[in-house]
Design a protein around this ligand. Structure first.
Ligand code: GDP
Length: 433
């Protein structure tokens, strides 16, 4: 999806505007549970046009001054966004900081939309003419708190979005390499695409191609998402946790399969879990890649031991295969695209209803269905309603009786009988009509 970033000095109302725009979307598309954490990156939609919205001001910089912060905001917007919203506050008139931000934004060729916030009444709207001096054309008066002007702003955003972003993406398997700083993401990507045979020609006119790297192995086309972000180094803001999580969320959104990289030499850290949580919530395929496997002193049990730690730290990722690799020696790296292909296949597979119902019959002999307050769950029929992730509807006498543990049991049965490794599975209980 195209990316729209909000930039502006502190306290002009960036996060209020962010929430406003996201809520426009909530009226149309229902938000999924589990993705509404404190965030500065979210999907938005206006008149059928979807885009990703970033609140660059929501990424906090510890120990930084305002000057550094706005510079970082502008840099993120210039590098990541397809459209930039430059937000100002009508009550402040044009400030020095506004002018400083404008200076930085002059350097981008991307469309910049100037919005003037807190224009709550007609009198204040008169004051927006001052803002022509910033040199970004007509300022758009908005009130993030009252919601006025937001429609005009969104119209302008949609008009400025790049066209045809989606073409040529269909036959490729897109995957991302995510993880906290220094686990070896860029080393892995460099080795994968540096050595790998044919680099597919960049298609013209698609913005994401600039940041994604296509390549081909044995006739399968892959696309590694956000390689520009992985390979570029040394910006101040890249070290902040919030930024790296945001970056990972963006990459996850554009991928079919996510490779979560861990560092064998440091073990698992809190930040690894944050990144993993987002990947899991998004319902994407996941592979856990333990990098720097050349470093630890190994006994015959090292792999097993590390695997056990991973399984207990990331219990909700019990479906994710684990690969032990070294970007330094190249050990096992070729397994990454192989596994990505397998997981992608698993996400897409469809199981016939007849096969599912044979399985249901067999499993009903294994354990009794749960009983709640004297009432027993009856399972009549199961059918797959979606892929990516594979989603199954189970028709029952009363959905309330579908206990979590029984759902879990059905998922395990599916995993035992079919190859669903790497992909989450969803089960929905419905009352039989
Ligand atoms: P990123 O921040 O996740 O992209 O991490 P980098 O790819 O920049 O790697 C961080 C550091 O770890 C660099 O000094 C790499 O040379 C080193 N490194 C990466 N992969 C390996 C590995 O497999 N083995 C060893 N020993 N070092 C590695």
């Amino acid at each position: 999806l195209p990316v729209v970033a909000i930039v502006g000095q502190p306290n002009v109302g960036k996060s209020t505007l962010f929430n406003r725009i996201i809520n426009q979307r909530l009226a149309i598309v229902e938000d999924k549970p589990g993705v509404t954490r404190d965030r500065n990156y979210a999907q938005a939609e206006w008149l059928g046009h979807k885009f990703d919205l970033i609140d660059t001001g929501g990424i906090t910089w510890e120990n930084s001054n305002i000057e550094e912060e706005i510079r970082a905001q502008a840099e993120i917007a210039i590098e990541e966004a397809d459209v930039i919203i430059f937000l100002t506050n009508v009550a402040n008139h044009v400030t020095n900081l506004d002018e400083r931000i404008a200076q930085m934004l002059y350097q981008t060729k991307k469309p910049v939309i100037l919005a003037v916030n807190k224009a709550d009444n007609p009198e204040q709207r008169m004051d927006i003419y001052d803002f022509y001096s910033l040199g970004f054309g007509d300022p758009i008066p908005v009130s993030s708190v009252h919601g006025t002007g937001i429609g005009d702003l969104l119209d302008q955003i949609v008009q400025s979005l790049p066209k045809d972003l989606k073409q040529n993406e269909q036959e490729q398997i897109s995957f991302s390499v995510i993880g906290r700083p220094n686990v070896g993401k860029s080393s892995i990507v460099n080795r994968l695409v540096g050595e790998k045979r044919v680099i597919v020609n960049n298609e013209e006119g698609t913005t994401r191609d600039a940041v994604d790297t296509p390549f081909e192995i044995d006739g399968t086309k892959f696309r590694i998402v956000d390689t520009a972000g992985i390979r570029r180094r040394g910006k101040v803001y890249e070290k902040t946790e919030k930024y790296s999580v945001m970056r990972a969320m963006g990459a996850i959104e554009h991928s079919d399969v996510v490779c979560l990289v861990l560092d064998a030499s440091t073990g698992i850290r809190e930040q690894d879990k944050h990144v993993a949580g987002y990947a899991h919530d998004a319902g994407r395929g996941i592979i856990i890649v333990v990098n720097k496997w050349d470093l630890p002193k190994k006994t015959s049990n090292s792999g097993k031991d590390f695997e056990q730690i991973i399984r207990s730290e990331f219990q909700y990722l019990d479906y994710a295969p684990i690969l032990f690799v070294s970007a330094k020696t190249g050990q096992n790296l070729a397994k990454i695209p192989e596994m990505v292909r397998r997981v992608s296949h698993n996400q897409q597979q469809r199981i016939k209803s007849s096969v599912l119902n044979d399985l249901l019959l067999e499993t009903s002999k294994l354990v009794p269905t749960p009983m709640i307050k004297g009432k027993r769950l009856r399972v009549y029929y199961m059918t797959q309603v979606a892929t990516n992730p594979p989603t199954f509807v189970v028709f029952v006498n009363d959905p309330e009786l579908m206990h979590f543990s029984y759902q879990r049991f059905l998922i395990n049965q599916l995993r035992e009988n079919f190859d669903f490794s790497g992909t989450p599975i969803k089960i929905i209980a419905r009352k039989r009509k």
